[in-house]
Design a protein around this ligand. Structure first.
Ligand SMILES: Nc1nc2c(c(=O)[nH]1)N[C@H]1C(S)=C(S)[C@@H](COP(=O)(O)O)O[C@H]1N2
Ligand SMILES: [Mo]
Length: 221
């Protein structure tokens, strides 16, 4: 495994989650039929909102915040906070499904839709994948198609309030149709690539895609 040396991978929770991947914990073998229920197989509902991270929660002031959108795009973008906030705003209400088996319904997010980003940055024809980079050293990978999901949003607010630092503020991705590890907190860079580049959890036994309805928790090997 090759990592950024300062990626804080060796916390107790990180070790536990790697062990879960090795033992395929939580796999129920039930695949939900589409639309037959709201809760994906093997999940349970929570009312609070758990915090999951690598053991470190960076505090990023909006005054020093910026976002880079680069790689295989016609128009690379570099936004300071007020430039980001000046982009077309969207709202979406969605459910969270975390691979550690909790789900939380009806979260109202505000931010900039990933489709708005795609319209502005214009990925090149060869761009089939996206890598997200975060301030804590975390990365995660997506296909361009998943990144472009209609309800995917770069969120700065939850339930009408700015996202707290523990939940990834100032800015995180929210991609409701995949397990929540794909929704990078403390987002700083979005890179478009021609090849798939597995991220932090994807190189530690977690599934490349992570569809909760198909229970794509772990990779097969
Ligand atoms: N930058 C960063 N993003 C991250 C993580 C992380 O450790 N660092 N953890 C992921 C995981 S495993 C989950 S379940 C969700 C947790 O988000 P929450 O703490 O807001 O519930 O963030 C995801 N995004
Ligand atoms: Mo998670």
């Amino acid at each position: 495994m090759t990592d950024d040396p300062d990626t804080p991978a060796d916390t107790k929770l990180t070790r536990t989650k790697q062990a879960w991947a090795r033992s395929a914990k939580f796999l129920t073998g039930r695949i939900a039929r589409p639309d037959n229920e709201r809760l994906p197989p093997g999940q349970h509902l929570v009312k609070d909102w758990p915090v999951l991270d690598l053991g470190l929660q960076p505090e990023i002031a909006v005054s020093s915040w910026s976002l880079d959108i680069d790689g295989l795009v016609e128009r690379p973008l570099h936004w300071r906070w007020d430039e980001f906030m000046a982009q077309e705003q969207s709202t979406d209400v969605s459910d969270i499904h975390c691979v550690t088996t909790w789900s939380r319904y009806d979260n109202r997010w505000e931010g900039v839709a990933t489709r708005t980003i795609l319209d502005l940055a214009h990925p090149k024809a060869e761009a089939g994948f996206v890598v997200l980079y975060s301030h804590d050293g975390y990365t995660t990978n997506l296909t361009l198609a998943d990144f472009a999901s209609e309800d995917a949003i770069l969120a700065h607010s939850w339930e009408g309030r700015p996202l707290t630092a523990e939940h990834g503020g100032p800015l995180r991705l929210v991609l409701p149709k995949l397990y929540f590890w794909k929704s990078a907190k403390w987002l700083k860079r979005i890179e478009f690539t021609s090849e798939n580049r597995p991220g932090f959890w994807e190189v530690r036994g977690y599934h490349d895609r992570g569809d909760p309805w198909r229970e794509e928790r772990y990779s097969d090997d």
